[in-house]
Design a protein around this ligand. Structure first.
Ligand code: BMA
Length: 293
């Protein structure tokens, strides 16, 4: 099974009129809330520092953007090189954004909070070591917050009572040495989707050729460290010119996988430069995942 590129894709381009987003717009979060689609996207302009922009849409295809970023570096040495790769999770009436703070010590996995999707305040970093690709689950598991994260090269899960202290860090999935596409590193994408067959996790992987491809896995609902099914094949790889050539070549990267009606909407960035959309009947994706090993 392969995801299908939407005919209107790519949907979002750099804006040459704004210094902060004139070069690349890429890895975006998308949620549906109160009848609108809300996007938080990573942008780079003339200084190549990543900021997070906000756009809103009635159909998830045509987007209206704010003039200024909603999140910029604000923690001195810890994020002066940029705030990257937002993943937004609505939970208990609050919006949480997991983003990467890129600074003097590498990448910190940060968690921020908002009531209105525009003004954000930091909660705390998940940990103060190299780590990224973290995304909060949309509900608590066993009474605790749950999060995916990535201490290279594995996808981990961890739990917290207060979003500040995280414990029970467990590896759930690792690169597959014998794989043609995910032998080197893997990381979680957007908010996992709860299904009757388990948590549907979308994740990216790359191998020796350093091509970022995409696939899915199904995890146990009560204990997501337990992988129920993990197909060997990928469901999307860079094929279009704008996915092969851009800022970083051969990259499909995604921080947003949502279900709208019967359809999976997989928002992604091509080559770290443009934002596009791929879709598939959601039932087909679940079936594909279920038939994995
Ligand atoms: C990853 C992240 C992403 C980026 C990708 C491809 O490590 O930094 O933000 O899209 O590399 O360059």
């Amino acid at each position: 099974m392969q995801l299908i590129r939407h005919p209107q894709s790519p949907l979002l381009y750099p804006n040459p009129l704004h210094r902060w987003e004139s070069v690349n717009v890429f890895n975006c979060a998308v949620i549906e809330h109160n009848g609108l689609f809300h996007m938080h996207y990573r942008a780079q302009g003339v200084d190549f520092i990543s900021r997070v922009g906000y756009a809103v849409s009635v159909d998830g295809l045509h987007w209206n953007r704010l003039e200024n970023p909603v999140l910029s570096p604000h923690n001195g040495r810890e994020d002066y090189r940029g705030v990257e790769d937002p993943r937004v999770t609505p939970l208990d009436g609050v919006f949480y954004m997991c983003y990467t703070a890129y600074g003097a010590n590498g990448n910190y996995p940060m968690i921020a909070r908002s009531q209105n999707l525009i003004t954000w305040e930091d909660v705390a970093p998940l940990e103060k070591t190299e780590n990224k690709d973290h995304v909060l689950f949309p509900e608590k598991i066993g009474g605790r917050y749950a999060i995916f994260h990535r201490r290279r090269p594995h996808i981990w899960v961890a739990y917290s009572d207060d979003l500040i202290n995280w414990t029970d860090h467990t590896i759930i999935m690792s690169p597959r040495e014998d794989s043609t596409w995910d032998s080197k590193s893997i990381g979680a994408n957007g908010v996992p989707i709860k299904t009757e067959h388990g948590w549907l996790l979308f994740y990216h992987g790359y191998g020796a050729e350093h091509i970022y491809r995409q696939s899915v896995a199904l995890l146990d609902l009560e204990n997501p460290a337990k992988v129920l099914h993990r197909p060997t094949e990928f469901i999307m790889e860079p094929t279009e010119t704008w996915e092969i050539r851009g800022d970083v070549p051969n990259v499909i990267f995604s921080c947003a996988n949502i279900v709208v009606g019967d359809e999976l909407r997989f928002y992604y960035a091509g080559a770290d430069r443009l934002i596009g959309l791929a879709t598939a009947p959601f039932a087909d994706v679940v079936e594909f995942a279920r038939h994995g090993k």
